[in-house]
Design a protein around this ligand. Structure first.
Ligand code: RM4
Ligand code: MN
Ligand code: MN
Length: 397
């Protein structure tokens, strides 16, 4: 690194001041694999407890002011639950973030939701999306984030092309109900729960659907939703270039949609994605890219894992901010491969933890959020208070 110490600190302040990340309500609940759940005493089982935990994470990190909500799990009565959520927002000082419709749990979605061959089921699914948009409007949430389980398990059992048409119609309808400042984020995933074809399987399909739905639709990149070895930062670069990048669901994976802690398996991957975002910024590209975490913590403590994730995200964001992009451009132009790569990797290898700690100190935040969590005794206290229950709010979360 060629920066002076004060220039480095200024850079860190600039980068970290601009960084916020949304945490998911389901990250605090008792989630599990399809084989079983291991209940944790401190797990949240009500929307109130999820807000309380989110407030604790925000108190410790200062960068998680919003909580993503899953409609069925968090607002089981739909619009009727909005008043309670508003009350919790006031009480805990955390706002509702992206609103996630649930199109994967009802029995009628056995053969799909928005792509179901039965028009009545499709209508039901569209109605749920429209309710979710209304919930988002009333909560002042900008983003409706849509993930479908739709697909099929066996060749020849469904018309892939008919289903594309139904999907286009449904998304156009959804888009026509958005308020001017709302967005429709369309998430893709290559497989699971469907194992032969998935209706929105990759970023090309999401991009097409976003363009078809309308100008407020964007693509949502969940880092776990790619085949192994896929170059995610290249996808991000293309989405930035085409103006279609809406946001991220961050997590890490070793095999498939593992929902592991961000940066736990491949921190360099997230660094490379962040580099694309930083370089788009320095070029002045317009972007309102939502950073969201989409993880479920099966074995780790949920609040500890969430704090660990937020801190890791900040560190990787800061590392990527340290790439001297002007000098990198010179090396790239002259095809000085080793110099370019060393500059790039040098930023990744920089230990930014002291810088992040100084930034926290300057902001009056705990210098070490994980240590502060453990000193606060919060997890033990809620474990005692919530301890005796074993049930969770749904089969997954
Ligand atoms: C899906 C997808 C969605 C998330 C659900 C729980 O795989 O990542 O974003 O809401 O899981
Ligand atoms: Mn996701
Ligand atoms: Mn997922």
């Amino acid at each position: 690194m060629t920066y002076s110490e004060s220039a480095l600190f200024d850079l860190a302040v600039q980068a970290l001041d601009a960084f916020q990340i949304e945490i998911p309500s389901w990250g605090f609940a008792n989630t599990g694999t399809r084989f079983g759940k291991f209940a944790q005493a401190a797990a949240a089982s009500s929307i109130e407890e999820k807000f309380a935990d989110a407030a604790e994470v925000n108190r410790l990190t200062g960068v998680t002011p919003t909580l993503a909500l899953h409609v069925l799990w968090d607002l089981p009565n739909g619009l009727a639950d909005v008043a309670e959520v508003k009350e919790l927002e006031r009480r805990f000082g955390v706002r509702a973030g992206s609103i996630n419709p649930n199109l994967f749990q009802d029995q009628e979605y056995k053969f799909g939701s928005l792509c179901n061959p039965d028009a009545a089921v499709r209508d039901h699914a569209v109605a749920h999306v429209l309710d979710s948009i209304e919930i988002a409007k009333r909560l002042g949430s900008r983003d409706l984030s849509l993930w479908l389980p739709d697909g099929s398990n066996y060749p020849g059992t469904q018309s892939i092309r008919n289903r594309i048409g139904w999907l286009e119609q449904a998304l156009c309808t959804a888009h026509s109900h958005l308020a001017p400042d709302q967005r429709l984020l369309i998430e893709y995933k290559p497989f699971e729960p469907a194992f032969y074809h998935t209706d929105i399987a990759d970023w090309g399909m999401s991009s097409h659907l976003a363009r078809t739905a309308g100008p407020q639709a964007r693509v949502l990149v969940d880092t776990g939703h790619h085949y192994s070895s896929q170059n995610i930062e290249q996808i991000v670069a293309w989405l930035l270039h085409t103006g279609l990048l809406g946001g991220f669901h961050f997590n890490d994976r070793r095999y498939a949609d593992d929902d592991l802690t961000l940066g736990s398996i491949d921190p360099y991957q997230i660094f490379r994605i962040f580099h694309e975002l930083h370089s788009a910024r320095t070029e002045g590209l317009p972007h309102a890219v939502a950073f969201m975490i989409d993880q479920s913590h099966n074995l780790k403590g949920k609040i500890e894992a969430t704090v660990q994730t937020v801190v890791t995200a900040q560190e990787l964001w800061l590392k990527a901010a340290l790439v001297d992009r002007a000098l990198l451009a010179v090396h790239q132009a002259s095809c000085d491969l080793v110099a370019a790569e060393e500059l790039f990797r040098g930023a990744f290898w920089t230990d930014v933890r002291p810088l992040a700690a100084s930034w926290r100190k300057a902001k009056g935040l705990p210098v070490d959020p994980l240590a502060a969590l453990s000193e606060s005794g919060y997890v033990e206290r809620i474990g005692r208070e919530r301890g005796s229950r074993s049930s969770a709010v749904s089969s997954y979360a």
